[in-house]
Design a protein. Structure first.
Length: 284
């Protein structure tokens, strides 16, 4: 693939491992109106990682691995916007100092940047430890195919996915295809930061499209979803994203998708492939 990767800037951004937070009430109300006390965003999640099923767990918006945030809002904006999936992340304080991992997702609402580390490193980390990221990838383009927008992905990871170019179209391996009517929380937001959710309240639709088997890190195709300059329905548009957090109990929510490719036309073609998960491309 012919890209402009040699022109892209690589710049440091930094965040701290952010503690889980709870409101005064311990309960979240599920889509059937039942109060539930469940684990949710933040902290260090030890037992769920990219490649694991993100649907079959007792939690809400669970972020696999490490959740980062910067106490300064504008600096956190830079962390969440400039970081790209696949970027190297390095521990710079605490017992895990020197260990490296990589970015796995960007989460809107809580404005977290999500990081993968191996088990040994996770056990050395503590809330408040600082993680520095080599932010690299925003502005990436396919030369001659500039109407296909690329965002939120490291250039080296982009090349590992196995995208094939056929004239003015590209073929991208995906683990699942999502119809636009299932996209919920986050519509209308910026596609250059965070994510938006696949709604999972309709169990029959989940089974119809095979979404009960979704994994953290899966590449998915969003049909009739325009993520070129925001998130909206547009007939014929196609977007590709990565599953970054777990299923949810709250109505209008579900597994989160961070966009990596978008087009207002049907020049992005998905090819179903169970291997289409960033854990495989990044060797974990």
């Amino acid at each position: 693939m012919n890209t402009n990767k040699d022109l892209l800037v690589m710049q440091s951004v930094i965040g701290e491992i952010h503690s889980p937070i709870f409101p005064n009430s311990p309960y979240r109300i599920n889509s059937d109106g039942i109060p539930m006390m469940v684990h949710a965003t933040g902290g260090i999640v030890y037992n769920y990682k990219i490649g694991d099923n993100c649907m079959e767990l007792f939690g809400d918006h669970i972020e696999p691995g490490v959740s980062l945030k910067n106490p300064n809002d504008m600096e956190n904006n830079a962390l969440n916007i400039l970081s790209c999936i696949g970027n190297q992340a390095k521990v710079i304080t605490g017992d895990g100092k020197g260990a490296t991992g990589f970015v796995t997702g960007l989460h809107s609402g809580i404005e977290h940047t999500l990081i993968y580390f191996d088990d040994k490193t996770l056990d050395q980390l503590a809330i408040g430890d600082k993680i520095q990221i080599k932010a690299h990838g925003q502005g990436l383009q396919l030369k001659g195919l500039e109407d296909i927008k690329i965002m939120n992905i490291d250039p080296e990871l982009f090349e590992k996915i196995g995208i094939e170019v056929y004239g003015d179209k590209i073929v991208v391996p995906v683990a699942a295809e999502i119809p636009s009517h299932l996209m919920g929380s986050g519509i209308g937001g910026s596609s250059l930061r965070g994510d938006y959710d696949i709604m999972t309240g309709d169990k029959a639709e989940l089974e119809k499209y095979g979404l009960d088997k979704l994994r953290f890190g899966d590449l998915v195709l969003l049909k009739d979803c325009d993520n070129t300059y925001g998130r909206q329905h547009l007939e014929g548009a196609v977007s590709i994203g990565v599953i970054i957090h777990s299923n949810c109990i709250v109505a209008g929510h579900g597994p989160g998708v961070t966009t990596i490719l978008a087009s207002k036309t049907s020049n992005i073609i998905g090819q179903l492939d169970d291997y289409a998960n960033i854990a495989n491309y990044l060797g974990v």
